[in-house]
Design a protein around this ligand. Structure first.
Ligand code: PHE
Ligand code: ZN
Length: 880
């Protein structure tokens, strides 16, 4: 437990490690009441350090007992070292030595889920970022890379499967019904990539032949009840392996690749070398239990973790300030992969939606930080949307600026140059520069400056000269600790459309021949004016095509222009975005209105067109029919009044549903998916259209809609349709049908945690049912479990993050509730507690009635005694 104020760690203080570890020999004796860990480290002084350290310092955390320390085979007297619980200091070590450490730890009491812990009876580990130090004393930093050999001993009946990184080299029986397996990982790795699993698991096997003809053994380990839920992840893995060979030339390096599913996990999944560990909800799927969205998420997470084998493991991070080196790049790789496996436009829309809704919010709040932060208190607080999602966008912009071929040359050079090393984001950018010959010095500001650039676009048309001028100004708002920022290097993709909807050539000089209809304008100054020549009439601009940079764009769109772009822009992303802007405009106008303002007919016509035109890409239509979320509307608003935004959005939804009732019914009937369940863009789009139509119909309590929903709920052969019907009923006024469906659903699926989590979420996220009393009731439910992060997320997290009118209730009860849960969770799982605080951190954004109460809730967390470092950092930065 913390006793003093947490320390801030700065990038500028980075020093190379004083000692290196060449080899780690581990032995785990696993018992019901604890585990003994024998560690033997082959160490030597780092030739790159200044050599001044006479003592060796190792990190430790929550280690129950230090049983012994030995140097070169002799046990050290107690005065030869200092045991400071979070640090082991060994005095007067030679230049080269073997250090033996024996610790006793208690995985069964580990509720933080960092280090070695137990989940549903099995032992598993989570070592990123600083969990290895909860297992034994070690220089627990990513620039110390060592080869590991791991022997695991446990009771054979309870733990028949014993896994660690690399290859199993030895196994055997021991006295007392125990057995052991020894694993050896030939690749040097940082301690955060270490993993161990012991349990009674079933194995699913497959294999993959690499591009050089090597046969890789693929294994998934799950609890027996989950064997039917492995196929999708296994197929995704094979697709990812092939894709990485084809697109990046990267081949898998070990002979075995293992995936394990565990129920209790703080994050989504972890890329441990050769032994990826997944949160069950991010890997297990069957048609009956997982939605289309879950299938797609699993495919992308399996790929993400696999891709880390190169972008993260073979080439790793020098220090945790470089986290985006592996995460930004790997998210970019998985987003390219998902785009290739499905619909690129839809994937782009999903990524941009997440970024604009949640990352932009983070970037303008008190926790805003650069993609490469300068400081932190607790690194687990920095696994953020900025590091991951904005980091991905930064890599994407390099890809856009260099083009696919040069980018590939750059990534080849990066992997070749840095294989086996722990490096920085700057090394990554330098490889891209060296391979392409492009100067990315100004571009590096994307890593250094926090905040979302705001681009203001003005245009004018000189009819006489036939010149259209676009002036683009960029401003980067202040963020904590950063003011007066420099302009960044921004790739800004544009097109111009003529009155008939045709794409016009973009001539940068008069008479230019073969001008393209798409261009990437490179913004490097605070203001830029671009001239387009030989235009007969004023064009309609299509700005920031494909969301070519993570920025906000302001341009005085007219509704006519937006409707025009919605039906004519050849850039699918901007077509969708025009629809979003139009809907935002219409909804915003109604906020705070008493109910007399007419709803713009243009929106209804636009949606009618979308619903009925079957010649359009239905995957795109399915996205276009989604109204902007409340979270996005709140993000866009200044001093948002959440209940009023909710009301306005509901009014528009009801208006559209009533006006388009027959079109919705026709759309519903047309999109019945016949035949075998498949997760293709086409069938996903059909199910999405059908379920959107159903949801809209139930918003106006349409009788026909109700009976369609009930029969769909009862007959569905897949979770997408079953959940679609359930969600529509939950959000309708049909209380009896809703309660019956919720009851039947639970009865049917109560033995399946992944489905129960969805059952919790559909209720806690609904403004119709999910008021505070409902949330408290769900927390009393026998399936709710304080020790399981997924349950906490699906009830408390979903309430605060998605059920916005209830969370922002006028009386502040939602805020007090959240603070109460954070205080409660702080002792058992600080990492999850710190994440839960997030909705409160933005208190300054809201009108004082809300803001003050949010602040009071934060203060009540701040005043808890013995606050964890995780929560301390978030709360103190938010109140500063
Ligand atoms: N490195 C993991 C990933 O993004 C995320 C993670 C971080 C998991 C920390 C656990 C703990 O793939
Ligand atoms: Zn990752």
């Amino acid at each position: 437990m913390r006793t003093s104020q947490p320390q801030t760690i700065y990038l500028k203080d980075y020093r190379v490690p004083a000692f290196l570890v060449d080899h780690v020999d581990l032995r785990f004796e696993l018992f019901e009441d604890g585990a003994r860990v024998y560690s033997l480290l082959s160490m030597r002084r780092n030739p790159d350090s200044d050599g001044s350290d006479t003592s060796l310092e190792l990190d430790g955390d929550s280690l129950t007992t230090l049983e012994s320390v030995s140097l070169d085979g002799s046990e050290l007297a107690k005065d030869a070292y200092e045991d400071r619980t979070d640090r082991l200091v060994v005095h007067d070590v030679p230049d080269q030595f073997e250090l033996g450490v024996v610790t006793w730890i208690e995985p069964q009491n580990n509720t933080r889920l960092e280090g070695l812990y137990k989940s549903s009876g099995m032992f598993c580990t989570q070592c990123e970022a600083e969990g290895f130090r909860c297992i034994t004393y070690f220089p627990d930093r990513p620039d110390v890379m060592a080869r590991f050999r791991t022997r695991i001993e446990a009771d054979k009946a309870s733990f028949p499967i014993l896994l660690s990184n690399g290859n199993d080299v030895e196994k055997g029986e021991l006295d007392g019904g125990r057995h052991f397996v020894t694993w050896e990982d030939p690749f040097p790795k940082p301690s955060y990539l270490f993993a161990l699993v012991a349990g009674d698991l079933v194995e699913q096997r497959d294999s993959f032949e690499t591009m050089s003809g090597r046969e890789i053994d693929l294994r998934m380990y799950v609890e027996p009840r989950n064997v039917e839920k492995c196929a999708h992840a296994m197929d995704s893995l094979k697709r990812a392996m092939r894709w990485d060979e084809e697109v990046y030339g990267r081949e898998y390096d070990l002979d075995i690749f293992m995936i394990v599913a565990v129920d209790d996990f703080n994050m989504g999944a972890m890329e441990n070398k050769g032994l990826n560990i997944f949160n069950s909800s991010c890997v297990l799927a069957s048609q009956e239990t997982a939605t289309d969205q879950a299938f797609q998420r699993i495919e992308s997470i399996v790929a993400h973790e696999y891709f880390h084998n190169w972008s993260g493991n073979r080439v790793t991070c020098r220090d945790w300030f470089q986290l985006s080196l592996k995460e930004g790049f790997t998210v970019f790789r998985d987003s390219q992969f998902s785009a290739d496996m499905g619909s690129p436009t839809v994937k782009r829309i999903e990524d941009a939606t997440m970024l604009r809704t949640a990352q932009f919010a983070e970037d303008s709040g008190p926790m805003a930080h650069p993609v490469r932060p300068e400081s932190y208190m607790e690194i687990t607080n920095f696994y953020t949307l900025t590091i991951y999602e904005k980091g991905c966008e930064v890599v994407r912009m390099i890809h856009t600026l260099l083009g696919a071929d040069m980018f590939r040359k750059g990534s080849d050079l990066y992997f070749e140059r840095h294989d086996g090393q722990a490096v920085t984001t700057d090394d990554f950018v330098r490889a891209m520069e060296d391979a392409s010959g492009r100067d990315l010095s100004q571009f590096r500001l994307w890593y250094e400056q926090a905040g979302t650039p705001e681009l203001t676009v003005r245009d004018e048309f000189d009819q006489g000269a036939g010149i259209y001028r676009l002036t683009i100004e960029q401003v980067i708002p202040d963020t904590p600790g950063q003011t007066n920022k420099k302009p960044q290097h921004i790739p800004f993709a544009v097109g111009l459309l003529g009155a008939g909807g045709e794409s016009l050539p973009l001539k940068l000089s008069a008479g230019e021949t073969d001008a393209p209809t798409d261009r990437i304008l490179e913004l490097t100054e605070a203001s830029h004016t671009f001239e387009f020549h030989d235009l007969a009439e004023r064009p309609v601009p299509s700005l920031l095509r494909d969301f070519s940079a993570p920025v906000r764009v302001y341009y005085p769109w007219t509704r006519e222009q937006l409707m025009f772009l919605m039906s004519h822009d050849p850039d699918g992303f901007n077509r969708w975005d025009a629809g979003q802007r139009l809907a935002v405009d219409v909804i915003s106008e109604l906020v705070g209105d008493t109910g007399n303002e007419a709803i713009d007919g243009g929106l209804t016509d636009a949606y009618r067109g979308l619903l009925s035109d079957v010649s359009l890409d239905q995957a795109l239509v399915a996205k276009m029919l989604q109204l902007p979320s409340e979270a996005y509307l709140i993000e866009l608003a200044e001093k948002p009044n959440v209940p009023a935004i909710h009301q306005a959005r509901e009014r528009v939804l009801k208006h559209l549903a009533a006006a388009l009732r027959d079109d919705l019914l026709a759309c519903y009937r047309r999109n019945t998916v016949e035949g075998r369940y498949e997760v293709t863009p086409e069938s996903v789009a059909r199910r999405s259209l059908r379920n959107t139509a159903l949801a809209w119909l139930l918003h106006i309590d349409d009788e026909e809609g109700r009976s369609l929903a009930v029969s769909q709920f009862e007959r569905a052969d897949n979770m997408t349709d079953r959940m679609g019907a359930l969600r529509a009923l939950v959000n309708s006024g049909y209380e009896q049908a809703r309660d019956e469906a919720l009851g039947a659903f639970y009865e049917r699926w109560k033995a399946d945690p992944q489905v129960v989590e969805q059952w919790f979420a559909v209720q806690s996220g609904s403004s119709r049912t999910g008021g505070l009393p409902k949330i408290r009731e769900l927390m009393e439910h026998p399936a709710f479990d304080w020790k399981n992060p997924n349950k906490i997320r699906s009830v408390i997290g979903v309430f605060a993050g998605q059920n916005l009118p209830a969370f922002h209730a006028e009386d502040g009860a939602g805020y007090r509730f959240l603070a109460e849960q954070v205080r409660r969770l702080d002792d058992s799982n600080p990492q999850i507690a710190a994440r839960l605080v997030s909705p409160l951190t933005r208190w300054r954004k809201f009108a004082p009635v809300h803001g003050e109460q949010m602040k009071t809730a934060l203060e009540s967390i701040r005043d808890k005694s013995g606050l964890s470092r995780d929560v301390y950092e978030v709360v103190h930065k938010s109140l500063a």
